[in-house]
Design a binder for this molecule. Structure first.
Ligand SMILES: Nc1ncnc2c1ncn2[C@@H]1O[C@H](COP(=O)(O)OP(=O)(O)OP(=O)(O)O)[C@@H](O)[C@H]1O
Length: 443
């Protein structure tokens, strides 16, 4: 149905059924115009800010009456023409620009993928391929410096290249905007901000753990989440913890965060750390060659944070400048260069260290772990050691088999899968695994 016709019908019904005071209808409704953004989104263009404030009081009535006319629930926003045009022009300008990203922009192309982050990377790419569908919201969580912001920026950049309207904000920026609007005490300011955010097809919010937990900010945020999910527009959030562990949010908010897909970025595994170091070395243009074992040493010792890795490569560059171009940077060089840098303590880590820590916990010998005995303690110690060799050292199952008394790779796989099941089923066991892992990597 034509927009004008819908609006006329609505004004007629409001008047006939006296759903809103007649003065308000005459002054603010009859003088407004309906604008259709999509089949499910309408904006009522009102002549004044006061009108926007007053009509917002009757939003439910409008939604209900639209439902009767259109046989479907639609979202309705109120705005002045000036505010609407301002947002709309921004959009047009963007469409006219064929967007190119600035050098150094964070993209999927410069995000190194390994087993610690491949799940999050895949999820991020999926929301680009199918925005607003099942992975909505996409919630990426993990420790600091592991690439959450990078992935969120990659989504923002790729979605913009795909001509989507995207808003990326840190939680601090978002809170500031909301608090400013709320402090002005003028409802139309809040509506304007809501409109501005809702006019996007992607809303990406970084570090939600820092969101203000004030009731009104929360309420505003909740409204935005509903608008996006109801209208099939994509939400992406990042946090340093899982939704369940976020403090201070209402239960309904946690439920919303969890209603799409929550995916971790795990601590870097050594092969991924190695790839990132090699890539940084290349990107930063280190002139000298760096020996493989030197890179492995760096990956093993300093892979807890990608920011740290970048800092290490800067030091390598500086070292490079002070040496001949023909000098090959070797293990001795890096050990000496980084001897004062606090290590992530993986340097001395190998299967033997894993077996030692686990054997001590279960009070069994290293020989027993490699042997054939199958008492519960020995079996647990053996299987757990295999599991750690996989998740910490990223050894292949064949390699692990060889390291545990010459077992075949299917035995290793079933041992690892048994541990994974136990972690999933038994809370106590999960705690033991966590504390052993921390002991092994020296946290
Ligand atoms: N897999 C990766 N490939 C390439 N660069 C990466 C990767 N992971 C992280 N980085 C880089 O490491 C730096 C830190 O990453 P980022 O800011 O995304 O971390 P974060 O998880 O958001 O941390 P915080 O929680 O502290 O904000 C950035 O420069 C980012 O580009």
């Amino acid at each position: 149905m034509e927009t004008k016709k819908i609006w006329d019908q609505l004004v007629f019904k409001l008047t006939k059924e006296k759903l809103i005071d007649q003065d308000i209808i005459e002054e603010y409704v009859a003088t407004s115009e309906l604008h259709k953004l999509s089949d499910k989104e309408f904006v009522v263009l009102v002549r004044s800010n006061l009108g926007v404030t007053i009509l917002n009081e009757f939003k439910d009535v409008f939604i209900y009456e639209f439902k009767k006319i259109l046989n479907d629930y639609v979202s309705v926003e109120f705005s002045t023409k000036e505010v609407f045009d301002k947002n709309h022009k921004k959009e047009e300008k963007k469409e006219n620009n064929s967007l190119t990203l600035p050098a150094g922009a964070l993209t999927f192309d410069n995000f190194i993928v390994g087993s610690s982050n491949k799940q999050a990377n895949l999820a991020a790419k999926s929301v680009i391929a199918n925005p607003g569908s099942s992975f909505n919201p996409l919630f990426i969580y993990g420790d600091s410096g592991l690439g959450k912001t990078h992935l969120l920026q990659a989504i923002k950049n790729q979605a913009s290249l795909n001509d989507k309207k995207v808003l990326y904000l840190t939680s601090e920026e978002f809170t500031k905007k909301v608090v400013n609007a709320l402090n002005k005490g003028d409802l139309s300011e809040i509506e304007e901000l809501k409109m501005e955010i809702n006019s996007n097809e992607f809303f990406i919010l970084d570090d939600v753990q820092f969101l203000s937990k004030k009731d009104k900010t929360n309420e505003f945020f909740f409204n935005i989440i509903n608008n996006f999910t109801d209208n099939g527009k994509q939400l992406v959030f990042s946090s340093d913890k899982t939704p369940e562990l976020l403090n201070g949010f209402d239960k309904r908010m946690i439920t919303r965060f969890n209603s799409g897909l929550s995916t971790p970025i795990n601590s870097l595994d050594i092969p991924t750390a190695k790839l990132i170091i090699e890539w940084e070395i290349k990107k930063q243009g280190l002139k000298q060659k760096v020996k493989e074992d030197a890179v492995v040493y760096l990956a093993q010792n300093f892979s807890d944070d990608v920011r740290k890795i970048k800092g290490l490569v800067n030091r390598l560059l500086f070292f490079g400048i002070q040496n001949d171009l023909g000098h090959v940077i070797d293990l001795e060089d890096v050990i000496d260069l980084f001897k004062d840098t606090p290590s992530a303590n993986l340097g001395l880590l190998n299967v033997k260290k894993i077996k030692e820590v686990v054997a001590k916990k279960y009070d069994v010998t290293l020989k027993a772990i490699d042997g054939k005995a199958r008492t519960t303690a020995i079996k647990n110690a053996r299987h757990l050691s295999m599991y750690f060799a996989k998740i910490i050292l990223n050894h292949t199952s064949t390699q692990i088999g060889a390291e545990f008394g010459g077992r075949d790779h299917s035995t290793v796989l079933s041992a690892i899968s048994r541990i994974e099941k136990l972690i999933y089923k038994e809370k106590e066991f999960k705690k033991i695994v966590e504390s052993l892992k921390n002991e092994i990597i020296g946290k």
